[in-house]
Design a protein around this ligand. Structure first.
Ligand SMILES: Nc1ncnc2c1ncn2[C@@H]1O[C@H](COP(=O)(O)OP(=O)(O)OP(=O)(O)O)[C@@H](O)[C@H]1O
Length: 809
């Protein structure tokens, strides 16, 4: 072909730098995944066919109903060594400009970032790479030294006689060429990709191999028929041979001029019909007299590889798990295993019946969580009578929480020529959203009820989604809330219903403690839960960003309000069970501690509004509790973070900041001791013991600051806090509180601007000690880091290659 094309007017282009990088990554790192090229090319061909059909809805001139298909043909070189693989489609094709931009540049945003990441990963992330990023056309270079793409767009009113152009590039060129195809318009319409296979990729000339690959990766990639050119030898009686129309067709020269021939069953579906009259030559032969004996003939056949009806139209009983997974991979171009799926059919109520499969991907795309509220559903593939129509549901898209779901819906009773525009006003589309959401929630609920193991996996990926959904989707709030799970002081993965089943007699609140980003087990140590936990009450530990938002939105579950245990208003609920005794006790305590309470109110007036006897503490001496309208430590942290720049809030903010109380634990010896000391202070102004009072004030301020810290707040001035602690320590050690520390230091030597000269001897680099010298290099990891860090090393030879060979990935 090279020589054929030598005379053509070739225009040389450089690849956009991102393309060069992507090609390099593909070639370098996917070596052991060579075979994916076929899946990528078939997927592109399918897209091109879909585009043509969609264009034809508005511009009839581009297609008059002749067959739409994908064909694959392997052609061995005469020397039997190498060969070409030719993949063609009768789709939308490309103009020379499109060949240049589509194949020479990368349009995707974020590609550069992605490439940088992939390059940095040093080939280890390539499993990811395949899934996360359609490698598309460039995967051709995994198997081909040189690739030709001949393409011609459809005839249209605008371009009545389009010219067939060729894109040509070799695997290690930094450039590609574009030129008019010297063979003329051999394709008619569409694209023909010719791969000159590398010496190590000739296995792809084997039709059995290709069939196997298509079955594995691509049997669901295309709703259009995929035909493979095959030849088989058949022994036929010579007299029969004359009647056998498909037999003895010579292998045509110049594969580009061939059209696929359907020698098998005639197709019923006009879209899928492959027709070409092949009989002319054979019929002539049939007229020739033939000797009546057997002879071997080579039979050419175009065999359809994806003859199965589309998966969604089949009876779920007869579809295997593997088939569902393969379909998902091919159809949604996500090459990870889906977590679960639901195959259903139904009636929209507006007279449209449909079949659908809904899939839960194993992973939500990373960018979803960056801006969940800006996400749009893009994987609802709407088909009409098996023909892809759109995946853009416009304003009828799903709620944001569910925008990641992947669904194929095939409606039978919509007109095939519905355009996207008329669809927008179609009732079915409006109903579709509701149908999908309903089925989606059903799918989750069913798993929650029937498959605990699976639901654990679901929680990992979708736990936060349920919470987001319960906040966003009022209509489905209860169902989605039922799917949420929380860690509590007593167990993991607890639903709110399970929590309520475990509530104690009289308990009229759902207790929770929230601190974003903290580990549940650390949160469980909080002083706010100590008494609840000690008494056997369960407390939800909310550590995820969405938890507190959800609870704030729900306010109650099954008519039981949520109660932040770090806030005022906490009631165990059994107070009424022994009201008299409790009240008496509280009264007596308040009486007893009144001097301390009064004294502390003055001492703590800058931090809190009130000092009270606590009913929530067991071991700790005191705590800072937010009042109803006040900020908890968690909220205060978030406020501080978001207020860092502006100075919003004003009076309300100040109010909320100070809306706290200091609660003291009357059973703590420390508090008892403090009470005694306060009581001992001489009441009379004249007898005032300044020193004793100052000392007590200091203790009080340490206590208050300590309470702040224990309760998750920040200490206003940590320097002051620690110098107080210092003084108290000195006192307890019997050291003078006022004795100054010797602060004299040795001053630095005089200025010396001279730089060290090159031949100054450098101190030898200290090598870390080795346990036993086995001659091998080691990395010493400090003891305290060993649990966090592990390093594996591989031996390399002088050329830098690993001594022990392992898989590329
Ligand atoms: N067989 C084809 N017919 C028409 N256009 C094609 C064909 N193959 C590729 N193209 C065009 O070239 C572009 C680039 O193809 P490539 O496979 O690199 O990426 P993609 O298909 O857009 O993305 P991805 O493979 O990630 O889905 C396509 O978007 C399409 O416009």
């Amino acid at each position: 072909e090279d020589t054929d094309l030598a005379g053509a007017q070739k225009v040389k282009h450089n690849y956009q730098s991102d393309v060069a990088r992507l090609r390099k990554i593909v070639i370098d790192s996917l070596y052991s995944h060579q075979e994916i090229f076929i899946r990528e090319l078939i997927s592109n061909a399918n897209d091109a066919l879909e585009k043509l059909r969609l264009t034809a809805l508005t511009d009839k001139s581009v297609w008059n109903g002749e067959p739409l298909n994908i064909t694959i043909k392997a052609v061995k070189d005469e020397d039997g060594k190498g060969g070409r693989l030719i993949i063609s489609d009768t789709g939308i094709g490309m103009s020379p400009e499109e060949l240049t931009t589509n194949l020479g540049t990368l349009a995707k945003s974020g590609t550069s970032d992605f490439l940088a990441k992939a390059e940095g990963q040093d080939n280890t992330g390539t499993g990811n790479l395949i899934g996360a990023f359609g490698l598309g056309f460039y995967s051709s270079f995994l198997v081909a030294d040189r690739v030709y793409v001949a393409s011609v767009p459809p005839k249209s009113e605008k371009v009545p006689s389009p010219v067939q152009y060729v894109f040509s590039s070799s695997a290690d060129d930094a450039s590609f060429e574009i030129f008019p195809d010297p063979r003329g318009n051999t394709i008619g319409r569409g694209t023909e990709i010719t791969l000159h296979l590398k010496p190590d990729a000739t296995e792809y000339l084997d039709t059995t191999k290709i069939t196997e690959l298509i079955n594995k990766h691509s049997s669901y990639s295309s709703s259009f028929p995929i035909y493979l050119f095959t030849q088989r030898t058949e022994d036929v009686p010579d007299e029969d041979a004359v009647e056998e129309p498909a037999a003895t067709t010579p292998v045509a020269e110049g594969e580009a001029t061939e059209s696929p021939v359907d020698s098998e069953t005639p197709q019923k579906d006009e879209d899928e019909a492959i027709v070409e009259d092949v009989t002319a030559d054979e019929e002539k032969k049939a007229d020739e007299p033939a000797p009546p004996k057997m002879k071997s003939v080579v039979v050419d056949e175009w065999v359809q590889l994806n003859a199965q009806p589309p998966l969604w139209t089949r009876d779920p009983k007869n579809v295997t798990t593997e088939e569902y997974e393969q379909f998902y991979n091919a159809f949604f171009k996500d090459f990870t295993k889906p977590l679960a799926w639901h195959h259903f059919s139904g009636d929209s109520g507006s007279g449209v019946s449909f079949k659908a499969i809904l899939y839960l991907p194993a992973k939500i795309a990373e960018d979803y969580w960056q801006q969940p509220l800006a996400s749009k559903s893009k994987d609802i593939k709407l088909m009409v009578k098996r023909v892809f129509i759109t995946s853009d549901l416009g304003d009828d898209g799903l709620p944001k929480w569910a925008s990641w779901v992947k669904v194929v819906v095939d409606a039978d009773d919509l007109p095939l020529n519905v355009s996207r525009e008329t669809l927008q006003s179609n009732r079915f589309l409006k109903q579709l959203k509701g149908i999908i959401i309903k089925r989606l929630i059903q799918t989750f609920t069913k798993i929650a009820e029937e498959d605990a193991e699976k639901f654990k996996e679901i929680q990992e990926t979708y736990g936060s989604i349920f919470k987001l959904g319960a906040v966003e989707d009022l209509k489905n709030r209860d169902k989605l809330t039922s799917l949420t799970r929380f860690t509590t002081t007593q167990r993991n993965e607890t639903s709110l219903d399970q929590y309520l089943e475990n509530k104690k007699k009289g308990q009229k609140q759902i207790f929770y403690l929230a601190e974003m980003g903290k580990k549940p087990e650390d949160l469980a140590q909080s002083i706010f839960v100590e008494k609840l936990h000690a008494r056997g009450y369960e407390v939800l530990l909310l550590t995820e960003p969405l938890d507190e938002i959800l609870v704030g939105n729900l306010r109650q579950w099954k008519n039981i309000p949520f109660q932040d245990v770090a806030k005022a208003g906490l009631k165990f609920g059994d107070e009424e069970l022994d009201p008299e005794e409790e009240k008496e006790q509280q009264k007596a305590l308040t009486e007893k501690f009144k001097p301390l309470l009064d004294w502390l109110k003055v001492e703590a007036k800058d931090v809190v509004r009130d000092v009270v006897i606590s009913n929530r503490l067991v071991k700790s001496p005191c705590a800072i509790v937010a009042e109803m309208g006040g900020y908890t430590a968690n909220v205060q942290k978030m406020m501080t973070a978001s207020n860092a720049k502006g100075n919003r809030g004003g009076i309300l903010h100040d109010f909320a900041l100070k809306a706290k109380s200091l609660e003291i634990n009357p059973r703590s010896p420390l508090i008892e001791g403090l009470l005694r000391r306060v009581e001992d202070l001489p009441a009379d102004e004249d007898e005032k013991d300044e020193e004793a009072e100052a000392e007590l004030k200091e203790i009080a301020s340490i206590l208050i600051d300590g309470a702040l810290v224990r309760s998750g707040f920040e200490v206003p001035d940590s320097n002051r806090f620690f110098s107080r602690v210092d003084r108290v320590l000195r006192r307890s050690l019997g050291v003078s509180e006022t004795a100054p520390t010797d602060e004299t230091v040795k001053p630095a030597p005089p200025v010396d601007p001279e730089l060290p000269s090159e031949d100054d001897e450098q101190p030898p680099v200290q090598m870390p000690p080795m346990d036993e010298d086995d001659g091998k290099a080691k990395v010493i990891i400090p003891e305290h880091m060993k649990k966090d860090v592990s390093i594996e090393m591989e031996e390399i030879d002088e050329d830098g290659n690993p001594v022990v060979q392992h898989d590329e990935l």
